[in-house]
Design a protein around this ligand. Sequence first.
Ligand SMILES: Nc1ncnc2c1ncn2[C@@H]1O[C@H](COP(=O)(O)OP(=O)(O)OP(=O)(O)O)[C@@H](O)[C@H]1O
Ligand SMILES: [Mg+2]
Length: 392
Amino acid sequence: MARLVLEEITRSFGDFIATDHISLDIEDGDFLVLLGPSGCGKTTLLRMIAGLLEPTSGSISIDGEDVTALPARKRDLAMVFQSYALYPHLSVEKNLAFPLKIRKTPKAEIASRVRAAAEAVEIAHLLDRKPKELSGGQRQRVAVARALVREPKAFLMDEPLSNLDAKLRTATRRELAELHRKLGATFIYVTHDQVEAMTMATKIALLNNGRVEQFGTPAELYDTPSSVFAAGFLGSPAMNLLDATLTTTDSKISVFAPGLEAVLWHGTTEERECVVGVRPEHLTVHESGVPEAVPTAGIALRGTVELVENLGREQLVHCVIGEARVTVACDRAAQWVVAQQVVLTAPIERVHLFDRASGYRLEWQPEAVSAPLPLSALDAELSAAQSAPTTA
Ligand SMILES: Nc1ncnc2c1ncn2[C@@H]1O[C@H](COP(=O)(O)OP(=O)(O)OP(=O)(O)O)[C@@H](O)[C@H]1O
Ligand SMILES: [Mg+2]
């Protein structure tokens, strides 16, 4: 059980900054996922938490104790590597007992802890086997069990599922989430897979170029991405992102791009280049020439169907809007055909706006979103929103 606090953790390799002033508060019992593309600094950060790599600057504390200078073995954290690092010549039982043996734990206690850990991950029937006699998923569970026997303060895992095939990965994902619930322990888990992050995490720290792009619950990151990067990283198919211009027409704030029109709110704004975001599942397809389909406050995209993909449960309708490509995910009730002219709409509360130069989200007041064309002036919020993203 542990609360981990990272303060301004920076690590450079020569001139290259791998992690840049990362601050995170990981609460006791959190399942924190460090998520981000290859090379963004996830493993580097995890190794610093584990005590395997020294930060260039910044501090790490566990339950209020500064551990920045403590070596790995004194931190009482268990690391599960992608390769599992099992001893090939030892049986599963001996692999599990090993970390306790080197700590000179009494024999009887070793036996009971090995048994308990093996039962927790359902490998008790495999204790006599050698690692090479196990499947990938079973090996993965042995690696988790070996971390479990130590009863550590927290579990650190670096892409532990990446060696498994897709089906096993889904099953193991569920097992890990279940194990986390059962143990109530703190997990810090590295992955570049947004599905793993969305399904297992209680909190996600989305990293980009060594910095925290956004920190929050999976729902917060999905529903209110703080930047174009976050918007594009989470969600499959990805959020549609269109370059547009934010401007004022007839005392209304609106957004324009080829094929796109959106009336957002009453008010005025300085003209600025923006990015409009809308998730595929929030768009509705209409036959073109149906004016009442266009919402009074919201977004309308006019274009042509380019491709329809039948996924069984739903269909993806890919459209060309001006110079952009836009994907809609919808049920299969309606048949859309290639080259058909269509209008895509989404209500205002489903529209995300980002500043194009900085990439940051443009915020507005929630009450302004709930009512169509509210009378509040929003320029102040729009310009105030140009601040830094949340780096919690
Ligand atoms: N020992 C090192 N010396 C020099 N550069 C390093 C070292 N370790 C990591 N880096 C660099 O730091 C950056 C972050 O590496 P890191 O391994 O943390 O990425 P990652 O997010 O785990 O990526 P992946 O998803 O590919 O595992 C990379 O550009 C990497 O090349
Ligand atoms: Mg890595």
